[in-house]
Design a protein around this ligand. Structure first.
Ligand code: FES
Length: 236
């Protein structure tokens, strides 16, 4: 077993346990954007950083990927940690189309929640935004790259939970978007199960609200779940 301290609380965990799970064990919640429980960590958002001291050395690292070591002293809300999270959120907002009040994700957006919690209502960086065209080709949902934070929750859900592998990160760097590899979302092997939409922490992937569909909450309602698809049938 590994023994460590998290925010002054002694914790005992099995070897291989991440700091995120060790903290959870003593009721300490660390903010995450890209992490999905029970999947391998993506480590892309950098919001879950913590400060770790051990053997006279101090480092800032991501709690979702870092495994606990004997004697670790972990600080989840130190000044350095808060500054690092603010910087991460500032950078995410710098390439985000901030129109929260008219956004489909308003009120159901983790980026919005954390920006509010850490006192940011806009980015301190000015400059070009990556943007990209809205992909409206799927009958049931829409992908807006200007709201995408490239956390890969949708891709990891499609690959590892649904087992479909219908979407991936396309292009590189500033041009990166999520798509089916080539062409529009509707052109690929996507079966419109909607799990990617549920996994999206922002308004980048949203269910369509058109006249032939019911309201948002009803669209998301799962009526049945069978062992084949693990998705459930939904009202439209
Ligand atoms: Fe750890 Fe995103 S939750 S890097």
């Amino acid at each position: 077993m590994i023994h460590l301290m998290i925010d002054g609380n002694p914790v005992e965990v099995e070897k291989g346990t991440t700091i995120l799970h060790a903290a959870k064990k003593v009721g300490i919640k660390i903010p995450t954007l890209c992490y999905i429980e029970n999947l391998l960590p993506d480590g892309s958002c950098r919001l879950c950083v913590v400060e770790v001291k051990n053997n006279g050395r101090t480092k800032i690292d991501t709690a979702c990927t870092l495994q606990a070591s004997e004697g670790d002293e972990v600080f989840t809300m130190s000044e350095k940690v808060i500054q690092s999270r603010k910087q991460t959120l500032d950078l995410l907002l710098s390439d985000h189309n901030i129109h929260c009040f008219s956004c489909e994700g308003n009120g159901d957006c983790k980026l919005q929640d954390y920006a509010y919690e850490y006192g940011l209502d806009c980015s301190s960086y000015e400059g070009e935004k990556s943007g990209g065209e809205i992909d409206d080709s799927n009958k049931f949902f829409t992908y807006d790259p200007s709201l995408c934070i490239l956390c890969h929750r949708c891709v990891n859900t499609c690959n590892e939970i649904v087992g479909r592998g219908a979407i991936a990160t396309m292009e590189r760097g500033f041009q990166s978007i999520i798509g089916n590899g080539e062409g529009k979302w509707a052109d690929g092997t996507c079966e419109s199960c909607g799990n990617c939409v549920q996994a999206c922490p922002t308004g980048a992937l949203t269910m369509k609200r058109r006249k032939k569909y019911r309201a948002y909450q009803v669209e998301k309602k799962v009526l049945t779940t069978c062992p084949h698809c693990a998705t459930g049938c939904q009202y439209y």
